[in-house]
Design a protein around this ligand. Structure first.
Ligand code: AHR
Length: 503
C-alpha cells in the first residue's frame, strides 16, 4: 500500500482563516431563487415565501458572505426593477440565461432571506450594460442612512436602516466574450477604476473587487490581470478568480487533480498582482476574491440544457442542475484544501452556487430539499477549519495525469486555533485504485486526541444523492484513524476526502 507522511507544526502558519473563505453565491438563474429558496406555496414556506427547509440546510452548510444577484445575470440587470411594490415590478428578459425575470424577489426580499440564514450580502454591480452612475445610485440606495432621493426611496420601500453592504464586485467576468458588455482589459480597467473612485467617494470603507479572469485558461489570462490592476491598483482591494472543473472524456485521473490547476491559478494571480504593485512602488497588497468556484459540467450545459427561441423565455427553468457524484465531492473537497493552502492571499471565496444551480442543496417544487455529495466537504470544512491555516511538510507518492503531468497522490492542509487548542486536517487520496496510508506527525501539537473523523468515499465513485435516493452518499467515521506516540495514522480509501479534528 502506498504511504504518505505529513508533519504538522502550529508555528508554521500560512495565514488566518477568514470566514469569508466560506462564502456562497446566489444568482437569478434557473430554479435558484424561484422554486429554490423562494416557493410561497411550499408547505415549509414562511410568511415571506421562503422555504424554511432550505434555510435550515443553508445554515447547516455554514455559508458566510453571499454574492448576489449574478453572475452573467448582473450584466443585464437594472437594480431599480427589483425594489418597490412587488406588483409594480417589471418582468424582464434575462438575456444571459434566456429566461424571464419576474423581479418578485429583489434586494429587500433577498436581504431579509440573508438575515434568516445569518449571512452577509456581497453585491455585484452591472458594468456590462450600465456604468458608474448606476453603481453609485445602488450604493446610495443601499448604504446612505437617509435624507437623499435614493435613501428616502429605500425607506419608503420599507427599509429604514441602510443595508450597509460592505463588499462590492465591479461587474462580472468582463473578460468573457459571452458576457453582455464584454470589454478589453484596457476598457474595463478604465471604467472599473472610475466606478471604484466614485463608489469610494460615497462610502470610503467598502471593499471593492475588480474582475480578474473567468478561468486560468482564458486566452487573456495573466495579461488581463496586469492591465486591469494597472488601472485600478489604488482603488480596489481584491481581484476575482473564477474556476469550474469537470471530468472530461472519462479522464478521472486528471479530474481528481483539478486542485493542482487551482493552486497554480491562485499563485499566478498573486504573482501578477505583486508585480503590478512593485512596478508602481506600492506598499499596498491586492488579495484574491475567488468568487466563483465549483465542479460544473459545462459541456453538458452547452449541449442539452440550452433554451432558445424568440417566443421562449421561461420563468425559473431547470438549468445547470448538475447532480454530483462521490468523485465530484472529492475534487470539491480538494478545491477547498487549495483555498485554505492560500489563506494568506485568498481573503474571500464564493461557492458557485447554493441551491439547485450547480449547488450543494437541491429542491423539488412541492417536495423535499436534500444534500448533494458536495454539501459534506463544505459543511465540515466550514465548521472545522478555524484559526490559522498551516504549512505542511507533505511527502506523497505521485501519479501521472494527462492534464497536469506528475502530481501528488495525496493532498492535504491543516488548521490550528491557538485560542481553543483545536486542530483539523483535511486530506484527499486521488488514487482511483489504491488506498493510501498516511502517517501524520502531530507531536508539535502536544497532548491531543482525535475527536472527529469523516471520510467520504464509495465503492461506486459515481454514486449520487438523488430525489429518489436522497441519502445514498454521506461521510462516515474513518475507523482506521488512530493516535499513538505523537503520530496519527490513517488509511484513506481510493477516491476519498477526509477531515480529522484534534483537540
Ligand atoms: O455560475 C454560473 C455562471 O458561471 C455565472 O453566471 C458566470 O459568472 C459564470 O460564467
Amino acid at each position: 500500500m502506498p504511504r504518505a507522511r505529513l508533519t504538522i507544526d502550529p508555528h508554521f502558519t500560512i495565514g488566518p482563516i477568514r470566514r469569508k473563505l466560506f462564502g456562497g453565491f446566489v444568482e437569478h438563474l434557473g430554479r435558484h431563487v424561484y422554486d429554490g429558496i423562494f416557493e410561497p406555496g411550499h408547505e415549509t414556506a414562511d410568511a415571506d415565501g421562503f422555504r424554511t427547509d432550505v434555510i435550515d440546510l443553508v445554515k447547516e452548510l455554514g455559508v458566510d458572505t453571499i454574492r448576489y444577484p449574478g453572475g452573467n445575470f448582473v450584466s443585464g440587470f437594472r437594480w431599480e426593477d427589483s425594489v418597490g411594490p412587488v406588483e409594480e415590478r417589471p418582468r424582464r428578459l434575462d438575456l444571459a440565461w434566456h429566461s424571464t425575470e419576474t423581479n418578485e424577489v429583489g434586494l429587500h426580499e433577498f436581504s431579509s432571506w440573508l438575515e434568516k440564514v445569518g449571512s452577509d450580502l456581497m453585491m455585484a454591480v452591472n458594468l456590462g450594460t450600465r456604468g458608474t452612475l448606476e453603481a453609485i445610485d445602488l450604493l446610495e440606495y443601499s448604504n446612505i442612512r437617509g435624507g437623499t432621493a435614493l435613501s428616502e426611496r429605500r425607506i419608503a420601500n420599507g427599509r429604514t436602516a441602510p443595508f450597509d453592504v460592505r463588499m462590492w464586485c465591479l461587474g462580472n467576468e468582463m473578460d468573457g466574450p459571452w458576457q453582455l458588455g464584454h470589454r478589453s482589459a484596457d476598457d474595463y480597467g478604465k471604467i472599473a477604476a472610475q466606478t471604484a473612485k466614485g463608489m469610494r467617494q460615497l462610502d470610503p470603507d467598502i471593499q471593492l473587487v475588480v474582475c480578474g479572469s473567468s478561468s486560468a485558461h482564458m486566452p487573456t489570462f495573466g495579461e488581463w490581470e496586469r492591465v486591469v490592476l494597472t488601472h485600478t491598483y489604488d482603488d480596489v482591494d481584491l481581484i476575482s478568480c473564477h474556476a469550474y472543473y469537470e471530468e472530461r472524456g472519462g479522464d478521472l485521473d486528471s479530474f481528481l487533480a483539478s486542485a493542482v490547476d487551482m493552486d497554480g491559478f491562485i499563485e499566478t494571480v498573486v504573482a501578477t498582482a505583486d508585480h503590478v504593485g512593485s512596478v508602481r512602488g506600492s506598499k499596498k497588497r491586492i488579495d484574491i476574491s475567488f468568487d466563483e468556484w465549483n465542479v460544473w459540467y459545462i459541456e453538458r450545459f452547452h449541449g442539452v440544457d440550452k433554451i432558445e427561441g424568440i417566443d421562449n423565455w421561461p420563468v425559473a427553468p431547470r438549468l445547470l442542475e448538475d447532480v454530483y457524484s462521490v468523485a465530484d465531492a472529492v475534487v470539491f473537497g480538494n478545491l477547498m484544501i487549495s483555498l485554505l493552502k492560500h489563506a494568506d492571499r485568498v481573503a474571500s471565496a464564493s461557492l458557485a452556487q447554493l441551491v439547485n444551480v450547480i449547488a450543494p442543496i437541491m429542491t423539488e417544487p412541492g417536495g423535499p430539499a436534500w444534500r448533494q455529495t458536495t454539501f459534506f466537504p463544505f459543511s465540515i470544512t466550514s465548521r472545522l477549519a478555524q484559526g490559522e491555516a498551516l504549512q505542511l511538510k507533505l511527502d506523497s507518492p505521485t501519479y501521472e495525469t494527462a492534464a497536469y503531468g506528475e502530481v501528488p497522490l495525496v493532498d492535504a492542509v491543516a488548521t490550528h486555533d491557538a485560542d481553543t487548542g483545536r486542530s483539523a486536517v483535511f486530506l484527499v487520496n486521488r488514487s482511483t485504485s489504491e488506498p493510501v496510508t498516511v502517517s501524520v506527525d502531530i507531536s508539535a501539537l502536544g497532548d491531543v486526541a482525535l475527536v472527529e473523523s469523516h471520510t467520504l468515499s464509495d465503492d461506486d465513485v459515481y454514486a449520487k444523492n438523488t430525489l429518489e435516493d436522497r441519502e445514498r452518499v454521506a461521510p462516515r467515521p474513518n475507523d482506521s484513524a488512530a493516535v499513538a506516540g505523537g503520530v496519527l495514522t490513517i488509511t484513506l480509501p481510493p477516491v476519498s476526502w477526509t477531515a480529522l479534528a484534534l483537540a
